[in-house]
Design a protein around this ligand. Structure first.
Ligand SMILES: *Cc1c(COP(=O)(O)O)cnc(C)c1O
Length: 403
């Protein structure tokens, strides 16, 4: 029997949309002034970074926002500002990207990894078990690949055990659970504006909170010197008085150039969420009905941002899984496999983070061994996602033919 013909896609999964002309003009305007540093302002001027912070806080209905050099930096500062002590245990997802355990390590904490479920969210039963076993009082929750755990159930577990929540919203900017925005559940929450997230400044991070003391410490840590009164989306100056002598400067501010190109993108975010989700649904449809391929259903309470799609394939051994990825790639479709034994590209599994004690995570290991991932760039048209889905389906069929 000959393998069925697999179509070919010619497009790029790493190509983002260009920065809009409006954003480019704002960036050029900043460059014309020469005032790129956030505290370098003319008399009466409000810096772009300051404006971005105000607008981002408002978009979430949060009191305060701090713009940082990266999302990982924001996560690190969030933990430091929360008062993490050397060696303190911090719970986090086993299924996440390496900057998350890295931020815990950078803050001097010790990551305790929690299992993931087939729906690709934090396993709340294992969370409770690990809270009791470790005595940890902080959870850094990664909404990995944009999947929101039942936030109501999670908040109940955390309040039962008096555990503080830090949210990693790198993949959930624009998302919400039951009408409440992701990033408004944590004592402090962090977003990334790295190129492959939902707004793009190359690198960048945004930290939000309603906690005055925490925010004063985070602002000082980010490198405000004694210029914190320049921040609009920050607590009153009086909150800095008791922290300014004790708080180290971990220099990691955002600059006006990046803020200038982020502000127009923030205005366009909800429109882009619709554009991502259209593409997601077309791809999901094209994959529906493929044997043993399963796209986790999205709960009704979850408003997600379909900037990537995950699917599980049940019946492939390691060599077939790799052949499947390679076959897709040969036909122009770039997918990732989270089960790969060796870290590759942006993806690494928890058992390759040798600096921490991952412990035994049989459920996550099993799920990741079946888990594939594809980016959904907006630069690829809606109709192309049908073709892309068909290539994935045909590639999988061809791998099964062979064995
Ligand atoms: C990208 C990312 C981060 C870190 O963001 P950077 O801005 O790249 O430092 C954190 N968590 C997750 C899940 C990410 O994907």
């Amino acid at each position: 029997m000959t393998a069925p013909e697999i179509p070919v896609f010619r497009g790029s999964f790493t190509q983002q949309e260009p920065i809009s002309e409006t954003a480019i003009e704002q960036a050029v305007a900043v460059m014309r002034t020469g005032r790129l540093h956030r505290y370098n302002v003319a008399e009466g001027e409000t810096s772009q970074t300051n404006l971005l912070e105000t607008e981002f806080a408002e978009s979430l209905g949060m009191s305060y926002c701090l713009a940082c050099a990266s999302g990982g930096y924001a996560l690190h500062v969030a933990l430091k500002a929360l008062g993490i002590q050397p060696g303190q245990k911090v719970l986090t997802n086993a299924f996440t990207l390496s900057p998350v355990p890295g931020a815990i390590h950078n803050a001097g904490g010790s990551p305790v990894l929690v299992e993931t479920t087939e729906s690709l969210v934090l396993d709340l039963v294992d969370l409770e078990r690990k809270i009791l076993a470790s005595g940890a009082k902080v959870l850094m929750l990664s909404h990995m690949r944009g999947h929101l755990v039942d936030m109501d159930a999670l908040m109940q577990v955390l309040s039962d055990h008096d555990v503080a929540l830090v949210e990693d919203c790198a993949h959930t900017m624009g998302a919400s659970w039951n009408g409440k925005a992701s990033g408004t559940y944590g004592i402090v929450s962090c977003f990334s504006t790295q190129t492959y997230k939902h707004i793009n400044s190359g690198e960048g991070g945004l930290l939000v909170s309603n906690d005055e003391a925490l925010m004063a410490r985070a602002t000082l840590m980010s490198g405000s010197y004694m210029l914190y009164a320049n921040h609009d989306a920050a607590p009153d100056e009086s909150f800095f008085d008791s922290h300014k002598y004790e708080t180290p400067n971990y220099s990691g501010r955002m600059d006006n150039l990046r803020a200038a190109i982020l502000r127009p993108q923030l205005s366009a975010l909800s429109e882009n969420v619709d554009r991502w989700n259209k593409r997601y649904r077309v791809l999901e449809n094209a994959l529906a009905g493929v044997n043993n391929l399963h796209v986790p259903p999205r709960p009704d309470k979850e408003l997600f941002v379909g900037s990537s799609l995950q699917f599980l394939v049940e019946d492939l051994d390691n060599s077939d899984a790799q052949t499947f990825v390679d076959t897709c790639a040969q036909h122009g479709v770039s997918i990732k496999w989270f089960g790969a034994p060796e870290p590759h590209g942006y993806t690494s599994r928890f058992d390759s983070w040798h600096y921490l004690d991952a412990g035994d995570l049989p459920r996550s290991k099993q799920i990741l061994s079946e888990l594939f991932d594809i980016r959904i760039p907006l630069s690829i048209s809606v109709s192309d996602y049908e073709l892309i889905g068909n290539i994935i389906a045909a590639s999988l069929r061809s791998v099964r033919h062979r064995t």
